[in-house]
Design a protein around this ligand. Structure first.
Ligand code: XMP
Length: 609
């Protein structure tokens, strides 16, 4: 296999997925993996990029013995810097970072198998501050960019390579070819074929169900349950496959219609139930996040029982689930993870599992493999590349006010190495993770004069969270409005259809912008949350007019491998400006501000509740 060593990079899962596109088996392993533990199975290694600096003594390092494994090795970005530093080269902080597109110049002497003359002049994506300034012994430079004298390096005799650029992202024009060349020079093409995976699973479903068992699947609209349903529908005749999709009223815009259209085409007997009235009724007045989760979960079970009570006493039915590999590891971890993954490992399902009555065709796969299988089965792209979406849906992205009379917003002056920064601490709480538990604390909003520099903002967010015990999250205001926030007076602060509709519209706009910018595959997930906050200046107007109950939209795009840890996505600023304008153009009369979350996980979480 190609082992992808995760150094906390934004694009690690994407590298693994790109490798599988070239039909090589790839596995993601943590940065501190012992080189010796890979022996026997390792065919090549890719060390990913990461957010840290090789100069920071606390930054992640790989086991130096990794470089001695006698297989092709490719270090990308931070991985390239570590490779060069460990093997005797020099890395220095550049006076200016290199972020965005650059042109690659392939050296005339290049005769590596990684780059070909076709790469000369092609556009590549760079995202780094430090850079390699002197090569390790026996290395040569095989390509440069304007600001990186060693944009691609290779050992003269061994298959050791370093790329400062990111071949895995779509912005690198010929990036896929570079990774294909790497797979080919390692001789690993053909070690993974998703068509084989799909066929193998179809045969297993047929074996398990024999002549007369049928399978029932709960379909959420997410990629996992959709692919599981598709496999089961392919494996069995239509009358032996049934599914249920419950519209909770907390789905995304047009989601139910899209799921209906794409899954109906697969056959089977799929039932759609609109239970949104019941969900909203049960949620009336519920504001506490965990209570909301419980109400949504219980209502779901209630609907499911009503719709498919026949299952419990019919021994001819097995339960089909879209459980994937990370679900089963996460559920075993307790604490925070139990809260969100328990739906496919609750005691009732555990009992069915022990009785051999559950079909889980994706249980050994990672998300990107599930996606590859989905594409192979012909599911539409919008379904296959759908971001993970929590079971309780928009219900946990619509922040509610728990406290009847929240404390007023505070404007605080913070001191850091840059001097003095003014931040707002709005009177609302957001969730973060501390070890295994979820903790609710305040968040800050950097409003005016923050630098438009992701590295600097990352540092500022980390500083403020580290220094202030009561704070677990930092955001920037994309409108830079200087007035402090208050809870919007007179507005409903609970889950209502009208608030859900507004959030749905905002979410749809954000996602369309990401689709247009071809960012859906590189961003792991982008929750859009909404908080009943308005600027102090607007509050008096809002109090006197029930129609202007303003909300604040929060963008939370993250890069992650499997959602266990995450870093906030460093998106192009012009995209964020465009997005903010689009939100105000369409929804301006109801929104007060747009915030962008600059917190990593930990200490933050991906979701806001
Ligand atoms: P956090 O917010 O804990 O999220 O960093 C990690 C991943 O889990 C998803 N998530 C949920 N999924 N029910 C779910 O089915 C939940 O209650 C829930 N809460 C969080 C989240 O979207 C992310 O992918």
């Amino acid at each position: 296999a190609v082992y992808v060593v995760d150094c906390g990079g934004q694009y690690c899962h994407l590298i693994a997925s790109r490798i599988r596109q070239h039909e090589a088996l790839s596995k993601v392993v943590p940065c501190d993996v012992a080189a010796s533990s890979l022996l026997g199975d390792v065919g090549a290694v890719i060390v990913s990029g990461g957010p840290e600096s090789v100069f920071d003594p606390s930054s992640r390092r790989v086991d130096p013995a990794l470089w001695d494994l006698e297989v092709p090795i490719l270090g990308i970005c931070y991985g390239c810097q570590m490779l060069c530093q460990d093997l005797g080269g020099r890395v220095e902080a550049a006076p200016v970072g290199e972020f965005g597109r650059a042109r690659l110049f392939v050296s005339r002497e290049n005769n590596s198998l990684l780059l070909t003359p076709e790469h000369d002049g092609s556009v590549v994506w760079m995202s780094h501050r430090d850079r390699v300034t002197a090569l390790p012994p026996d290395f040569e430079t095989i390509a440069t960019t304007e600001h990186s004298p060693h944009a691609a390096v290779a050992h003269k005799k061994k298959p050791l390579f370093g790329l400062q650029l990111h071949p895995e992202v779509a912005h690198t024009e010929r990036g896929l070819e570079i990774l294909r060349n790497f797979v080919d020079l390692a001789g690993l093409r053909g070690t993974w074929r998703c068509a084989d995976v799909a066929q193998h699973q179809i045969s297993r479903i047929q074996e398990k169900t024999g002549e007369n068992l049928s399978v029932f699947v709960l379909v959420s609209g997410g990629v996992d349950s959709a692919v599981a349903f598709a496999l089961i529908a392919k494996a069995l005749p239509a009358h032996r496959v049934a599914g249920l999709y419950v519209d909770t009223g907390m789905m995304r815009k047009d989601e139910t219609a899209k799921v209906k259209a794409s899954l109906r085409a697969l056959g089977g007997n799929l039932k759609f139930v609109d239970a949104s009235d019941l969900f909203l009724k049960n949620l009336e007045g519920v504001t506490n996040p965990e209570a909301k989760r419980r109400v949504i979960g219980d209502t779901f079970l209630q609907v499911q029982k009503e719709e498919c009570g026949f299952l419990s006493d019919d021994t001819h039915w097995l339960l089909g689930q879209g459980t994937i590999y990370p679900d089963t590891i996460e559920s075993g971890k307790g604490g925070a993870d139990v809260i969100k993954t328990h739906h496919n490992r609750v005691p009732e399902i555990e009992r069915l599992l022990r009785a051999g009555q559950v079909v889980e065709p994706l249980a050994q796969l990672y998300k990107d493999e599930v996606r590859a299988v989905g594409e192979k089965l012909g599911l539409p792209k919008h379904l296959v590349w759908r971001h993970p979406f929590p079971g309780p849906g928009l219900g946990v992205r619509l922040l509610c006010v728990e406290d009847e009379r929240p404390p007023p917003s505070r404007v605080v002056v913070l001191r850091n190495h840059r001097g003095v920064v003014k931040v707002d601490i709005p009177p609302l709480r957001s969730v973060g993770c501390q070890g295994d538990s979820r903790t609710y604390k305040n968040f800050v909003v950097f409003k005016t004069g923050y630098p438009r520099d992701w590295v600097e903002l990352d540092r500022m967010a980390t500083d403020v969270i580290n220094e202030h015990d009561a704070i677990n999250r930092a955001t920037i205001s994309l409108t830079n409005n200087a007035t402090p926030f208050v809870i919007t007076p007179g507005a409903p602060h609970t889950v209502t259809r009208s608030r859900l509709d507004l959030l749905r519209e905002a979410d749809a706009l954000v996602h369309q912008a990401f689709v247009d910018a071809d960012l859906m595959t590189s961003i792991w997930q982008c929750p859009v949350a909404m908080a009943p906050l308005t600027f102090h200046d607007n509050a008096a107007a809002a109090a006197s007019s029930s129609s202007s109950s303003k909300e604040t939209i929060i963008l939370r795009p993250v890069d992650s491998t499997e959602a266990m840890t995450a870093s906030f996505s460093k998106l192009p600023w012009d995209l964020l400006d465009h997005l903010t304008n689009a939100l105000f153009d369409k929804l301006g009369d109801r929104i007060s501000d747009v915030l962008f979350d600059i917190t990593n996980k930990p200490p933050g979480t991906i979701e806001w509740e």
